[in-house]
Design a protein around this ligand. Structure first.
Ligand SMILES: Cc1cc2nc3c(=O)[nH]c(=O)nc-3n(C[C@H](O)[C@H](O)[C@H](O)COP(=O)(O)OP(=O)(O)OC[C@H]3O[C@@H](n4cnc5c(N)ncnc54)[C@H](O)[C@@H]3O)c2cc1C
Length: 393
């Protein structure tokens, strides 16, 4: 196995690095390093302008096929791009749900008219997306969704409630799982609808999170409407499509985020050095352990990619979400512990959280969203190892 980069790969890295450094030390210097976990509302307009600039210059959706507006980069070059993005302090992307979740879903499952209508606007950063899956009684047990859609002429009429909908307030559209046949068995009567968010029948109520921000929201649909042809996959066949999106959410689309952890670690190490904390043997041990796990994550990603003549990640990727979620949560804990007693208090007034405190609080969510770690273990057991399915209640 040869894990070294080729001259062609190094040339690509150089090109990406020059592009990012030029903009993030020039026109977009103000958003360098902003918009990450716990800082997700920061400088939204500026980050939207950044998204559009990346789109115009061909640096969004880099893994999508060229016929859909992407660069068609193989996974190993995507990794280089994400590494460079993190190294340059690239800001939190406002278009990542469209790019990482809906786009790949449309490319795999969507009819041509849907691809033509929606993909270019994702590439250009012109339309932002939210994911309308979870409901008060449907999280891990997602097939229990109760939001319903009924055809009325050439439109669907939608009623129900979603919850934990990230970035709903800034999204133009959402992909929404709706029950379209109430008599069918649970997994069979679901459709995957594309719904405009800016309409009278959609009410969004932000949820105040422990970080003080409101990344996620309650979303109420009361007679909301969308066109009858905005269904991905078959009517009542949305479960298969929904699972496809989740596979994208847990797989390659998190590469960018994972490489962001490397720069978080670098900041953490600087802080520990500044405070003389690296002479504390327990802190040193945890720093070394975090670094080793980051390296394991990186090498494991590269290992997966050396086998990847196939377009999608294989079953090795099942462990990836479990591994990075736990690692990132531990990094959050270490970030406040490095501050010592300062980690327990806020500078005040106005008592705003420090970046380390924001990170600590936000990373508690890593082992929950995109499917909890317990559910991910079930997936590894059943689909990765072929163990018997857990008993259904
Ligand atoms: C920051 C954040 C952002 C999110 N963004 C979105 C979004 O944009 N759109 C969206 O639709 N949803 C979103 N979610 C929701 C997320 O997908 C759910 O929180 C997650 O699927 C878990 O569902 P739940 O919260 O209902 O917990 P539950 O399903 O009620 O689980 C509660 C506990 O029981 C455990 N559990 C449940 N079932 C099993 C089982 N079979 N075996 C073992 N343990 C089990 C879980 O692991 C968990 O510990 C977001 C969540 C977070 C935290």
């Amino acid at each position: 196995m040869d894990l070294r980069f080729t001259p062609e790969e190094e040339a690509f890295r150089k090109e990406a690095r020059a592009y990012l450094d030029d903009l993030l030390h020039g026109e977009f210097a103000g958003i360098r390093g902003r918009g990450g976990p716990g800082d997700e509302h920061a400088l939204f307009d500026e980050r939207l302008a950044w998204e559009r600039r990346l789109g115009a210059d061909g640096w969004t959706c880099v893994g999508w096929p060229t016929e859909h507006g992407g660069r068609g980069l193989p996974l190993h070059l995507q990794v280089l791009w994400y590494e460079e993005y993190a190294r340059a302090g690239g800001p939190g992307r406002v278009g990542h749900i469209g790019e990482g979740l809906l786009g790949p879903t449309l490319i795999h499952f969507g009819a041509e008219h849907l691809q033509r209508r929606f993909l270019p606007a994702i590439v250009a950063g012109e339309e932002l997306w939210a994911q309308g899956y979870s409901e008060p009684d449907a999280g891990s047990d997602l097939a229990n969704i109760q939001t319903r859609a009924v055809l009325d002429g050439d439109e669907w009429v939608i009623d129900g409630q979603k919850v934990w909908t990230s970035w709903a307030t800034t999204s133009d559209w959402a992909f929404v799982l709706c029950r379209t046949d109430r008599d069918a068995p649970k997994h069979k009567g679901i459709s995957y609808l594309l719904v405009p968010m800016r309409q009278a029948g959609v009410e969004i109520r932000p949820i105040n999170q422990i970080t003080g921000t409101s990344e996620f929201n309650e979303v109420f649909f009361s007679g909301a409407r969308t066109s009858a042809d905005l269904v991905v996959g078959e009517v009542n066949g949305g479960w298969r499509v929904a699972m496809g999106t989740l596979a994208f959410e847990r797989g390659a689309s998190t590469l960018g985020q994972q490489f962001g952890f490397l720069s978080e670690f670098a900041e953490l190490l600087d802080e520990a050095r500044r405070r003389g904390r690296t002479s504390d043997p327990l802190v040193r041990q945890r720093l070394a352990s975090a670094w080793s796990r980051l390296e394991i994550m990186r090498w494991n990603t590269l290992r997966m990619l050396t086998n990847a003549d196939r377009p999608e990640l294989g079953r090795e990727a099942f462990i990836s979400k479990l591994f990075w979620a736990r690692l990132h949560r531990d990094l959050g804990e270490l970030a406040v512990d490095v501050l010592g007693l300062d980690g327990l208090v806020c500078d005040g007034p106005p008592y705003e959280l420090s970046p380390a405190q924001q990170r600590f609080l936000y990373t508690r969510a890593d082992t929950i969203y995109g499917g909890s770690n317990e559910v991910q273990r079930n997936i590894i057991g059943e689909r990765g190892l072929g163990l018997p399915a857990e008993p259904k209640v």
